[in-house]
Design a protein around this ligand. Structure first.
Ligand code: NDP
Length: 484
């Protein structure tokens, strides 16, 4: 098989197999062909991974921040050197066009290793002067063994976004990719070893949800970072609460993207395209509720249709192709179900809507207009290439409707009015907001959701707060004063 790794798991610096685990077939979404066959982790594999991470954590944390940083920066360099190889794997794992994966996936993972590698040597506590010459100081400590659990849309990026801040601050990580896209995390683990990380610093185990659940429940685990759906997030958060574990939850969304009459039309259409069809629409922060003000609606829909006629759908390995399949047959069926609901509930289909007559899981970029707030497609996360265009008249009205969702991952506004742009951004109930752009996530800035879209932040220095805890040491220069 074309992309068969040496073994299913990577533990303690080596590829490890246990063929008694349930079979995981890795399917190339563009053809439906099986490109690798792996096995879900057995209890023995889970035990091996956790024991290895537990042992490695002490020595990894005992290294200086500068030494840890050097390893991570070396890993970043290796990822960049191997960008092509890693992008080809990512494209086969996910079906995303090579045009995207060569710039967005391993590259973003390398950015995370470089950024957190650069910061590792600067992680310090504080000195706090107190009365009478007494003082306190704080020590920023790693949490211990962290578990990372990934979704299938950005498998390389997720493996690195969780691994880099965890490792920079002296934790070790057991990472479980989604069983739909298990290949790239193995490469990340190999690269970290090659870069000089000690065995066990970053282990990868494959598996279905039950493997994730077993990892979360283990008392050796101090923190869980999940990227996944709200329903999984609820389960994982509850399981982590039982052991009073730290959590980061990067969950789903139903984000609004507001286009005011005075917006730069071409830019607003670009934002809507990026925020709905990049990665075949399988992006958590997508602005899938596109609110377009009445005065610009006709021009917006016309230009959107023209731009969509230029999309190149096809073999994701063709560098000219800008739109690939969705990740799996199951995801395709889910998205088709939403399209059917959109039609049944009276939305007007103005583009796409059908499966392409070719092997693989290809849907067309799909746009519904005249969508209303109560329709299923305007309320539920679709996680596929379906844009809903909703009409609005006033800022006050659109803000209330934009925020009327349980989710709060992202939100965007397109306008030339600077004052309004910042007023709207301030009014959004969302963790990640965009003005005149959409869906950028550079490592320097915090990324994450509010409301039901999650807690905690990835990227930026804030991520380090979620992988460390503060110990306070009080020191008296005069001794303890007991009353008796
Ligand atoms: P799922 O929630 O189905 O799965 C996420 C991960 O959790 C998978 O690895 C899954 O394993 C695992 N898992 C499932 N059940 C449990 C459990 N009880 N305990 C521990 N782990 C478990 O999400 P998808 O993979 O389908 O990804 C799509 C979702 O992810 C969307 O809702 C999307 O919005 C969200 N997402 C959020 C992002 C963000 O940054 N906010 C970014 C990308 C996606 P398995 O797959 O084997 O069941």
């Amino acid at each position: 098989m074309k992309f068969q790794p040496p073994a299913s798991h990577f533990i303690d610096g080596a590829h490890v197999e246990d063929a008694r685990g349930a079979t995981i077939d890795v399917i190339y979404p563009a053809t439906g062909e099986t490109i690798a066959r792996l096995h879900s982790a057995t209890p023995a594999i889970i035990e091996k991974a956790l024991a290895s991470s537990k042992t490695a954590q002490k020595s990894w944390a005992a290294m200086s921040g500068a030494e840890r940083g050097r390893v991570l920066r070396r890993a970043a360099d290796i990822m960049r050197e191997r960008n092509r190889e890693l992008s080809v794997i990512e494209t086969h794992d996910t079906g995303k066009p090579i045009q995207e994966t060569t710039i967005a996936d391993a590259a973003s993972g390398a950015d995370a290793f470089e950024y957190f590698g650069g910061i590792a040597a600067s992680l310090t506590g504080q000195h706090i002067p107190l009365a009478g010459g007494d003082f306190a100081y704080t020590i920023r400590e790693p949490l211990g063994v962290c578990v990372g659990i990934g979704a299938w849309n950005y498998p390389t990026q997720i493996a690195c976004w969780k691994g880099a801040p965890a490792l920079a601050s002296g934790n070790t990580m057991v990472f479980k990719p989604s069983e739909t896209t298990p290949l790239s995390a193995l490469k990340v683990a190999e690269i970290l070893i090659e870069a000089g990380a000690p065995k066990g610093a970053y282990n990868v185990v494959q598996g279905y949800g039950d493997v994730g659940a077993a990892l979360v429940a283990d008392p050796r685990v101090a923190k869980v970072s999940l990227t996944g759906s709200l329903s999984t997030g609820r389960r994982v958060y509850a399981a982590a609460a039982d052991g009073m574990k730290h959590v980061t939850m990067e969950l789903g969304g139903k984000s609004p993207l507001i286009v005011f009459d005075d917006a730069d039309l071409e830019n607003a259409v670009s934002g809507a395209i990026l925020g709905n069809f990049y990665s075949s629409g399988q992006v958590c922060s997508n602005g899938t509720r596109v609110f377009v003000q009445n005065g610009i609606k006709a021009a917006f829909l016309k230009r959107l249709a023209e731009r969509l006629s230029r999309v190149k759908v096809g073999d994701p390995m063709d560098p000219e192709v800008s739109f690939g399949p969705v990740v799996s047959a199951r995801q395709m069926e889910i998205v088709q179900g939403f399209v059917a609901k959109g039609l049944a509930e009276g939305a007007r289909l103005i583009h796409g809507g059908v499966r392409l007559d070719r092997p693989g899981y290809y849907l067309q970029p799909t746009v519904f207009a005249e969508v209303t707030d109560e329709m299923t497609i305007a309320r539920e996360e679709i996680f596929g290439p379906v844009m809903s265009v909703l009409d609005f008249a006033t800022e006050e009205e659109v803000m209330a409707r934009a925020n009327a969702t349980e989710f709060g991952l992202a939100a965007g506004v397109f306008t030339r009015d600077l004052i309004r742009a910042h007023r709207v951004a301030a009014g959004f109930e969302a963790g990640t907001c965009y003005v005149n752009t959409y869906n950028v996530a550079p490592v320097e800035a915090p990324f994450g959701g509010s409301k039901m879209s999650g807690i905690g932040r990835e990227n930026s220095t804030l991520a380090l707060d979620h992988y460390t805890q503060m110990k306070t040491v009080y020191v008296s220069m005069t001794g303890a004063r007991a009353p008796y």
